[in-house]
Design a protein around this ligand. Structure first.
Ligand code: GDD
Ligand code: MN
Length: 357
C-alpha cells in the first residue's frame, strides 16, 4: 500500500462523500486507502460511510463509541494505516484535496513530514479574520518563544513517512486539538526533516466547527507549559533575583532605620547579603544539577558568583549614569534598562563560568 489517508469525523455527513470522491481522484495513480475515524456522530456519518464502502473498496471505517477528540482519532487512524506514507486531514474541505499530491511529493523528495502550511509564501487561509488571529499569534509565539522552526504548527493537514508515526505517536500525546502542536513539536525535537508546503486553507463547506474556547485555552496552556520547560533556568534565575531585591531592600531599611547606620554602609552589607542569598538559591534550585557538592567547590562557585554580581553592580551604575547623564533618559527608565542589561550579564556570566554544563 502506498498511501493511507486518515480523516477524523464528527458530524460531517454532508462533506464526507464529495470529500472521499475528491481524494480518490487525486490518488488514482497509486494504491491507497482512506480511513475514516468516526466518533458515533449523531448525524449518521458512519452509516453514510458504510453505504459508500459498497462501491469504494478503498474506503475503511473505524467506529468509536464516543467523541474522544481529534488527536486520539488521528492516532487511532495512524495505527490502522497500512500505507508507507500517511496523510492526515480534516473532513470539512478546509484542507483541499488538491494539495495532497504536493504533500506526497515533499515526502518522496526526502522529507519525513510535510506540513500543509498557511503561513509560508503562497499559503493562505480564506476563513474569517477572527478565526485567524489566534493561530497567527500562536505561530509567532512558537517561532520566537520556543524557537520552533515550523510556521504553521497547528496544521492538521500533513503527510508522514510511516516510520515517524511508529516512533512518535503514543497515548502520552493530547487527545484534543492541541495534539497537532504537541505531536509536531515532538517530531521536531526528535530531529526529523519537517518541510512546509503552501496550502490555501478554505472555509468549512457544510456543518459546524468543533473547535471551542476550551480548546483555545488548552492550546495556550500547552504553549505555557513548553515555554516554562524550555526557559526554566532564566525564569528561575529571574525569580531568585526578585527575592534578592527584597532581601537587599529589607536589610538596607533595617540597618539604616533601626540600627542608625550610614545608608551607604547599610547598602554595602545589603548588597553582599543578597548576593550570598541569591547564590544559595541558585545553587540549590536554578542550577541544582550542575557542579560538585564538596564545600570547596561550593565556595569556588560562590567566589565566581560574587565576582559576576559585583561586576554586574558596576555595569548597573555605569549604564544608569550614561543613559541618564548623556542620553538624557529619565533616571527611572534608565534604571529599568540598566537592570535588564545586568540581568543578561549576570545570567550569561554565571551560566558560562559559575555553573557551566
Ligand atoms: N473523530 C473525531 N472526534 N473527529 C473530530 C473530533 C472528535 O472528537 N473533533 C473534531 N473532529 C473532526 C471534525 O469532524 C473535522 O473533520 C476535523 O476533526 C477538524 O475539526 P473542525 O471542527 O473543522 O476544526 P477546525 O476547523 O477548527 O480545525 C482546524 O484548525 C485546527 C487548529 O488550527 C484543523 O486544521 C485542525 O486540524 C487544526 O488542529
Ligand atoms: Mn474545520
Amino acid at each position: 500500500m502506498e498511501v493511507s489517508v486518515v480523516i477524523p469525523t464528527y458530524n460531517e455527513i454532508e462533506n464526507i462523500k464529495p470529500l472521499v470522491e475528491d481524494i480518490a481522484d487525486q490518488l488514482e495513480e497509486r494504491s491507497f486507502e482512506i480511513i475514516v475515524v468516526d466518533d458515533d456522530s449523531p448525524d449518521g456519518t458512519a452509516e453514510k460511510v458504510s453505504n459508500l464502502q459498497e462501491s469504494w473498496g478503498f474506503l475503511r471505517l473505524v467506529e468509536r463509541k464516543k467523541m474522544s477528540g481529534i488527536g486520539s482519532a488521528h492516532r487511532r487512524g495512524f495505527r490502522e494505516a497500512e500505507g508507507d506514507l500517511v496523510v492526515q486531514m480534516d473532513a470539512d474541505f478546509s484542507h483541499p484535496p488538491r494539495y495532497i499530491p504536493d504533500l506526497i511529493d515533499a515526502v518522496e523528495a526526502g522529507a519525513d513530514v510535510a506540513v500543509g502550511s498557511r503561513y509560508v509564501e503562497d499559503g493562505d487561509r480564506q476563513d474569517p479574520l477572527h478565526r485567524r488571529v489566534f493561530p497567527l499569534i500562536g505561530s509567532y509565539l512558537y517561532r520566537y518563544g520556543l524557537g520552533f522552526p515550523v510556521k504553521d504548527f497547528t496544521s492538521g493537514f500533513k503527510a508522514y513517512r510511516k516510520e515517524v508515526l511508529e516512533e512518535d505517536m503514543d497515548n502520552s500525546l493530547p487527545d484534543g486539538f492541541h495534539f497537532q502542536a504537541a505531536s509536531l513539536l515532538r517530531i521536531v525535537e526528535d530531529g526529523y526533516d519537517v518541510r512546509e508546503v503552501p496550502i490555501e486553507f478554505e472555509e468549512r463547506r457544510a456543518g459546524d466547527p468543533k473547535y471551542s474556547h476550551m480548546d483555545l485555552v488548552k492550546n495556550a496552556g500547552f504553549f505555557g507549559k513548553k515555554f516554562l520547560e524550555r526557559n526554566s533556568k532564566p525564569i528561575k534565575f529571574g525569580a531568585v533575583g526578585a527575592t534578592g531585591v527584597a532581601v537587599n531592600t529589607s536589610i538596607l531599611f533595617a540597618l539604616t532605620e533601626i540600627y542608625d547606620l550610614f545608608y551607604l554602609f547599610s547598602s554595602a552589607v545589603a548588597v553582599e547579603t543578597s548576593i550570598i542569598w541569591n547564590f544559595l538559591l541558585n545553587d540549590y534550585w536554578t542550577f541544582a544539577s550542575s557542579g560538585e557538592d564538596s564545600l570547596r567547590s561550593k565556595l569556588t562557585r560562590l567566589g565566581k558568583f560574587n565576582s559576576v554580581s559585583l561586576l554586574g553592580l558596576g555595569i548597573n551604575l555605569s549604564v544608569l549614569y550614561v543613559l541618564t547623564e548623556f542620553a538624557g533618559i529619565y533616571y527611572l527608565i534608565s534604571n529599568i534598562l540598566a537592570i535588564m542589561a545586568v540581568f543578561i550579564w549576570n545570567y550569561i556570566g554565571n551560566v558560562a563560568w559559575t555553573w557551566p554544563e
